[in-house]
Design a protein around this ligand. Structure first.
Ligand SMILES: NC(=O)C1=CN([C@@H]2O[C@H](COP(=O)(O)OP(=O)(O)OC[C@H]3O[C@@H](n4cnc5c(N)ncnc54)[C@H](OP(=O)(O)O)[C@@H]3O)[C@@H](O)[C@H]2O)C=CC1
Ligand SMILES: O=C(O)C1=N[C@H](C(=O)O)C[C@H](O)C1
Length: 249
């Protein structure tokens, strides 16, 4: 079989450069173009890319996806900042281009995908859940896409289990010490030199706590999941969020 023709957007960034290496090294994928800031997206057409991998910036990703969908190029989206309203927009675009696939992956690391699933399972059994995400200080967005997704998943699991609101007597918090509130779940963002990408989901109930923690120490941790997404996106028309279905979770 011919290798999958892949274009990487944000190719010179921290993640993009790892993706360029991984796609270039894998036997069943071929790196056909590297798009950096200021390059025309027509490079995807000129190189006959069939899959684009977006690793750019939350401010650029939707414009890039509009181009990909319009031209029938499947997209794997690692860039953060795709919330519910962006997903709705994507679904609208893909309704008009039903053979194209867009796979939005908040975190490519297999351990991170599993940790979100574990958090979803645990959520219904605990009174309280909070998320601490910790990243390198060059990260543009907070909270992380992974934390936002985890908060949504936990919140939905609590709703399905008909749990009441979490116990919290805080009535005075002028400096936002309780963190961001994402779908009713508090998320605390740490930005610190020396870190790559880490998350701990904390659960508490009478007399016990549980921590579900994942650590990426190196961006190579994201590459097996990214290659899996590249291999599968063409088989999955429409919008898919996360690697869960691809991993049989
Ligand atoms: N899903 C996952 O598992 C992971 C997702 N990420 C996400 O990936 C994104 C990138 O992260 P990271 O690599 O650390 O960031 P970087 O800033 O290192 O890389 C982004 C690159 O994209 C370039 N860029 C910005 N806009 C465009 C555009 N419109 N077209 C082409 N290139 C563009 C930037 O150029 P310039 O420097 O000139 O601005 C930069 O080289 C973030 O949203 C991050 O959260 C990161 C790790 C894992
Ligand atoms: O910017 C990063 O580094 C990462 N971004 C993604 C996110 O926002 O969740 C994935 C991972 O946490 C690394």
């Amino acid at each position: 079989m011919d290798p999958i023709r892949v274009g990487v957007l944000g190719a010179h960034g921290r993640m993009g450069s790892e993706a360029v290496r991984a796609v270039g090294e894998a036997r069943d994928t071929e790196l056909v173009t590297e798009i950096t800031r200021g390059d025309s997206l027509r490079g995807l057409l000129d190189s006959e890319a069939t899959v684009a991998v977006d690793l750019t910036h939350p401010d650029s990703v939707m414009d890039n996806l509009a181009f990909c969908v319009e031209h029938g190029i499947h997209a794997v989206v690692g860039t953060s900042g795709i919330g519910e309203s962006e997903l709705a927009t994507l679904r609208g675009w893909l309704g008009e281009n039903p053979t194209t696939g867009v796979l939005v992956v908040p975190n490519f690391a297999i351990g991170a995908v599993l940790s979100m699933k574990f958090a979803e399972i645990a959520a219904r059994y605990f009174d309280s859940t909070e998320i601490v995400e910790l990243h390198h200080p060059r990260k543009a967005d907070a909270p992380s896409g992974t934390a936002a997704r985890t908060a949504r998943v936990v919140s939905r699991a609590r709703e399905d289990a008909e749990l009441p609101s979490m116990p919290d007597a805080t009535s005075k918090d002028p400096d936002g010490a309780r963190g961001a509130n994402v779908d009713g779940v508090h998320v605390h963002s740490v930005r610190m030199a020396g870190l790559v990408a880490h998350q701990e989901v904390l659960f508490g109930t009478e007399g016990e706590t549980l921590s579900v923690r994942h650590d990426s120490y190196d961006r190579r941790s994201f590459m097996p999941g990214l290659l899996l997404a590249v291999r599968e996106v063409g088989e999955r028309p429409g919008v898919t969020v996360g690697l869960d279905a691809l991993l049989g979770l």
